[in-house]
Design a protein around this ligand. Structure first.
Ligand code: SF4
Ligand code: SF4
Length: 173
C-alpha cells in the first residue's frame, strides 16, 4: 500500500511504525496528537518556518502516520525555538511545541542526536556552560576563564542518564 501525503512524498508500509503515534500520544505532552485536524495554523504562525524544511504541522502529520524514523531524524525537532506560539495558535490543543520535547526525548533514547547538540551537552557537563567558544572569546578580551561547573550540574546530568544515552561520548563510532 502506498499513501500520497500532503506534500507528494510517497511512503510505504515499511516506513510506518504503528506503535510510534501511540507512544507519543501516551505521554502527558503528546496526548493531543490525534486531535490534529491539519489546519496548518501552527506552521503559519511559526517564527522560524522559513528555516524549516519540515514544518510543525508536517511533523505532527508524520507522527500520526507512524513515520518514526523520519520524525526522529528530522532537524525540525531540534531547531524549534520553543516559543510555544504553535501551542497558543492550535485550535485543537494538540500542543506541537510540547510534542517536540517528546520527540527530542525519543530521538535521544534512539541515539539520534545532532552532533552540534552533543557538543553542547559535553560542554555543559565539563564546564557548566552550553558553549564551546566562551573561553576562547574571553581569552581574546584578556578575561579569566569561566569557573568550572560544580558537581551539582554533573549530578543532575548524570541522573538524567546522559552517560547511558551515550551523549557524553566523544566518538560514537
Ligand atoms: S514552538 Fe517551535 S514549532 Fe512551535 S511556533 Fe515556536 S519555533 Fe515554531
Ligand atoms: S494548529 Fe493544531 S490542529 Fe492545526 S495543524 Fe497544527 S497541530 Fe494540527
Amino acid at each position: 500500500m502506498k499513501i500520497d501525503v500532503e506534500y507528494h512524498e510517497l511512503i510505504t508500509n515499511k516506513d510506518i511504525d504503528r506503535r510510534f503515534p501511540a507512544a507519543v500520544a501516551a505521554t502527558a505532552e503528546g496526548r493531543g496528537l490525534y486531535q490534529c485536524v491539519a489546519c496548518g495554523k501552527c506552521s503559519a504562525g511559526c517564527p522560524i518556518s522559513d528555516a524549516l524544511e519540515v514544518l510543525p504541522h508536517q511533523i505532527i502529520r508524520k507522527a500520526i502516520l507512524g513515520l518514526k524514523t523520519q520524525v526522529l531524524s528530522c532537524p525540525t525537532i531540534w531547531v524549534c525555538a520553543t516559543c510555544f506560539r504553535c501551542n497558543d495558535r492550535c485550535p485543537e490543543q494538540v500542543n506541537p511545541a510540547s510534542i517536540m520535547f517528546v520527540l527530542k526525548n525519543m530521538a535521544t533514547d534512539e541515539g539520534i542526536v545532532p552532533e552540534g547538540i552533543q557538543t553542547l551537552v559535553r560542554s555543559l557537563y565539563a564546564n557548566g556552560w552550553a558553549s564551546t567558544i566562551i573561553n576562547y572569546e574571553r581569552e581574546e578580551l584578556n578575561l579569566p576563564e569561566v569557573p568550572e561547573a560544580n558537581d551539582t550540574i554533573r549530578t543532575i546530568l548524570d541522573r538524567a542518564g546522559l552517560k547511558k544515552k551515550s551523549l557524553l561520548e566523544e566518538d560514537k563510532g
